[in-house]
Write a protein that binds this ligand. Structure first.
Ligand SMILES: [Fe+2]
Length: 458
């Protein structure tokens, strides 16, 4: 099989620290903090883990902005025990769940003044220092019973961080709530059949939304040596669960079979729950990344009175990595941002087979801004090879209106052979960037990131 770590996903081999980066434009002085992004970056492409895009060792890239300057860029492998040893270092001590020790490669978040690289399938997060060095595996001070999750959702009203953990050795998913101090304040076990994969969740003011979709752990594929033995399962129902945030039973509503990696946002609307997400018609057929069809941005409307779910298409163009203004997580909202890139289409969407219906090449590397109220989009396209990553929204200031802020993303500059951190004005999405920070190296395409603002007064 061709390695998935090709094109924009080709790994880098060095850890770099660079200060006072060159900038075109003007970095907004109110952006004090770090833009962080995680992704798989195998140490050795001959390793079995390098055969699968989801299994390469995590590498976190960070850019610190302060007082209008780009103070530093750093990239660091996340050191689980094996990675530390291979780098000639001692493993960091810490609590690993069930001997399942992954170099967390999927997301990087800030919570309670700390930095965590996250991953799923039963492993725990790795805590990082402010400068992205690995502290060790983390169970939140002994409060996390099992593994954790790659994706989390912060309730903007309570400051609680919600996640859904899963593990092939469990007969349930586990809803995990972290309090604003970074300790698990409660967990709820949710029985599920067939050990499904669950990558993301959604949050409304009333509910935690749980996806139970037909991609399940496959003993057959595990026995055949599949590196990530989860596979499309026609016998598993497709349903969405509503777990009341204040306790009670999960209510399940059936949906058409599909796969969802990522939620854009969700909210309550009277007797309805609205969930906007990127939907695939199928996924992981035969435990491979490919063969599912293109992902589209869809709206699921759950009618609580009738128990029926209706679906509508918000955008039929292939896209992924949807993000919204996180101050509006779980609340009615208007704007969303998403990305598409040739290399995602090639590696993530089409896997190792040819797909005939790849979208228009002109739409190959683009960021999309959705105005869900008007039902229109703005599309900002980039050059071939730009390998544009997930867009993250950063509010201009506390109390700013929705969309009054910046959209930041890593964009490769093929001419320079290195990556820029591009800071767009969300309200001038296709205009000149507010600022472009020129990094000294290429940042491979990866998965998810966060803007982690510095604490006041630091
Ligand atoms: Fe994800």
């Amino acid at each position: 099989m061709t390695t998935p770590y090709r094109g924009g996903f080709a790994p880098v081999s060095e850890e770099i620290t660079a200060f006072d980066l060159p900038v075109t434009g003007r970095i907004p002085a109110e952006l004090n903090g770090r833009y962080l992004r995680n992704g798989p970056n195998p140490l050795n492409l001959d390793d079995p883990s390098a055969a699968h895009l989801f299994l390469g060792e995590g590498m976190v890239h960070g850019v610190r902005l302060r007082d209008g300057r780009a103070e530093w860029y750093r990239n660091r492998w996340v050191r689980n025990a094996a990675t530390a040893r291979r780098l000639g270092e001692e493993p960091r001590p810490g609590p690993v769940h069930d001997d399942f020790d992954l170099a967390a490669n999927t997301h990087v978040i800030g919570h309670a003044g700390r930095t965590f690289a996250t991953v799923e399938v039963g492993a725990r997060p790795y805590e990082l220092t402010y400068e992205l060095d690995t502290v060790g595996p983390c169970d939140f001070g002994g409060t996390l019973p099992g593994g954790y999750a790659a994706h989390t959702k912060l309730d903007p009203h309570t400051g609680e961080l919600h996640a859904i953990a899963y593990y092939f050795g469990w007969d349930h998913h586990q809803h995990v709530v972290l309090d604003p101090q970074g300790r698990v304040s409660r967990t709820v076990d949710i029985p599920v059949a067939d050990a499904p994969m669950v990558h993301d969740l959604a949050l409304t003011q009333r509910y935690v939304v749980i996806y139970d979709l037909p991609v399940t752990f496959s003993m057959d594929h595990a026995a055949k040596g599949a590196p990530l033995p989860y596979s499309w399962n026609d016998d598993h129902p497709a349903r969405i669960g509503l777990l009341p945030k204040d306790g009670g039973e999960v209510r399940w509503l059936e949906v058409e079979p599909c796969w969802i990696f990522h939620t854009l946002n969700a909210y309550d609307d009277g007797d309805q729950v609205v969930i906007d997400a990127v939907r695939y018609p199928k996924r992981f057929v035969d435990a491979r990344l490919d063969l599912g069809g293109m992902p589209t941005l869809d709206r699921f409307t759950l009618d609580l009175a009738s128990g029926k779910v209706s679906e509508s298409r918000l955008d039929d163009r292939a896209q992924e990595f949807p993000r919204a203004d996180e101050r509006l997580t779980s609340l009615p909202y208007r704007y969303g941002y998403a990305a598409t890139a040739d290399d995602y289409l090639d590696v993530i969407f089409a896997g190792d087979t040819e797909m005939e219906d790849l979208p228009d090449a002109a739409f190959g590397n683009a960021l999309i801004k959705h105005d869900l109220l008007r039902g229109v989009q703005e599309t900002r396209t980039f050059a071939r090879g730009a390998a544009v990553g997930e867009p993250v929204f950063v509010a201009a200031r506390a109390g700013a209106a929705e969309d009054d802020g910046y959209v930041v993303a890593f964009v490769n500059d093929p001419g320079r052979g290195a990556t820029d951190l591009v800071i767009l004005s969300a309200q001038d999405f296709t205009g000149e960037p507010v600022a472009t920070v020129h990094l000294p190296a290429r940042v491979p395409l990866g998965f998810h990131g966060s803007w982690v603002a510095d604490a006041e007064g630091s």
